[in-house]
Ligand binder design. Structure first.
Ligand code: BGC
Length: 450
């Protein structure tokens, strides 16, 4: 049976990146160091010793990169702002040259008919703020609002879609619980405090926007649906804990003004009793929510797994990406329906979705053939279409990522790009997925037809 995959008129198509992953020159023009600058320069933290010193050199090549976007027909581009370029000490003194870089980027996008979508925090906290406790210091809500305000004043009017944070779960889990990401802490006592202050900061950033901003603001969560490995009570309870920890811990305080009870069970005596008043700050009206989706997890009980007593179980007869993530597009549809059911009919954007696969080297002038990535994209766009048919209020989709970039502590080896980047020469080459995505955009989905 053939099925038509036209997306609603006006559906917004884009691609996403983040500052530390692509810009390079992290200390240029008076910028202060971020925690990622420090982390990447600590021996043993990054695969292959890779750093963001050069990355995609986007800081110098942004005009060419906007032309890559244009070649795809992108309607929107989601990027992040490096806080320590704008406020080298994280608070106080403004570095105008840092603001100017983003102002030039935004102008370039608009001149090329591409809507800018700015994320204020994609993990690169100013190191000076980390020295003052970073996400563990309650003052960070004010520091964040102060920084956000500088950017709203500089860019609102040209930037019409803002997000406070990207994926607070990753910051908490990687940065404060397991230590695989900056700032590299490993503490069950710190993680819930960092999570809570992230959501307080997001709330403070939204509040600040209401005073000066005229357009839309939201927050971006990564959602990973959890499914029990069996029908046993133990596995079902483990799945609940994993879901509460990864998904509800962030969306609940932002959208419901509370935490799910499982968090107390997981953290035990390390779970602080947060002041009730804090939820007035965390729960602000959002204009949209951005959802990032990559994979699902099938979960089973394991009494030795710290701290969740739950572990993911690998699935047979399926494809895994180079980051070890199962390709499971049904989870994408399920994520939207779960989100709507729990939080109501909030306008949604997919702010990231994509896959890392090995790309074979190409000859000059060629297109990189990346059939697994194209298949991932095709399947996920169909799953997204099913969600829209089921009445989910989905406004647009941003592919992760415009081009290959620094996959954080995994380095440059994990390639998510629509464009291949040769990091020795900075040459960008389109992948077959880029060509496919350009057709999707041009036809608003028609090329997905069976
Ligand atoms: C992040 C990106 C990252 C991508 C792939 C998301 O967690 O927002 O920065 O590169 O997933 O891992």
């Amino acid at each position: 049976m053939t099925q038509s995959y036209r997306f609603p008129p006006g559906f917004h198509w884009g691609a996403a990146t983040s500052a530390y992953q692509i810009e390079g020159s992290p200390l240029a023009d008076g910028a202060g160091p971020s925690i990622w600058e420090r982390f990447a320069h600590t021996p043993g933290m990054m695969a292959n010793g890779d750093t963001g010193d050069i990355a995609c050199d986007h800081y110098h090549r942004y005009k060419d990169d906007v032309q890559l976007m244009r070649a795809l027909g992108l309607q929107g581009y989601r990027f992040s702002i490096a806080w320590s370029r704008v406020l080298p000490e994280g608070a106080g003194r403004i570095n105008q040259k840092g603001v100017d870089f983003y102002s030039r980027l935004v102008d370039e996008l608009l001149e090329n008919g591409i809507e800018p979508n700015a994320t204020l925090f994609h993990w690169d906290l100013p190191a000076a703020l980390d020295d003052r406790g970073g996400w563990l210091n309650r003052d960070i809500a004010h520091w964040f609002a102060e920084y956000a305000n500088v950017m709203y004043k500089a860019l609102d009017g040209r930037v019409k879609r803002w997000s406070t944070l990207n994926e607070p779960w990753v910051v908490t889990d990687g940065g404060y619980l397991h230590g695989a990401l900056a700032p590299g802490h490993r503490s069950k006592y710190e993680a819930p405090i960092a999570a809570h202050n992230l959501m307080r900061a997001s709330g403070a950033g939204i509040q600040a926007y209401r005073a000066v901003g005229k357009h839309e603001i939201g927050v971006v969560f990564n959602i990973e649906p959890k499914y029990p490995a069996s029908n046993s009570q133990e596995d079902i309870a483990a799945t609940r804990r994993a879901h509460a920890y990864m998904n509800e811990q962030f969306a609940d305080p932002a959208l419901l003004g509370s935490y799910p009870p499982e968090l107390k069970e997981i953290f035990g005596p390390a779970w602080p009793d947060f002041p009730e008043d804090d939820f007035k700050l965390t729960q602000q009206k959002v204009d949209f929510v951005g959802l990032n989706y990559y994979t699902r997890a099938v979960v089973k009980h394991d009494p030795n797994a710290y701290p969740l007593k739950a572990v993911p179980v690998k699935q047979p007869n399926t494809t895994y990406t180079e980051t070890g993530w199962e390709v499971y597009e049904q989870g994408f549809t399920d994520m939207f329906t779960w989100f709507k059911q729990r939080y109501g009919d909030i306008p949604l954007y997919v702010t990231e979705n994509g896959s890392a696969f090995y790309d074979a080297p190409v000859a000059e002038g060629d297109v990189v053939q990346d059939p697994l990535r194209t298949s991932y994209l095709r399947k996920h766009l169909k799953a997204m279409h099913h969600a829209i048919e089921q009445g989910v209020n989905l406004k647009g989709y941003y592919a992760w990522s415009l081009m290959d970039n620094l996959e954080w502590s995994l380095g440059f080896a994990k390639r998510f790009g629509l464009y291949h980047v040769d990091f020795a020469t900075q040459k960008r080459t389109p992948k077959a997925t880029a060509k496919f995505y350009a057709q999707v955009i041009e036809t608003n989905g028609a090329v997905l037809d069976d």
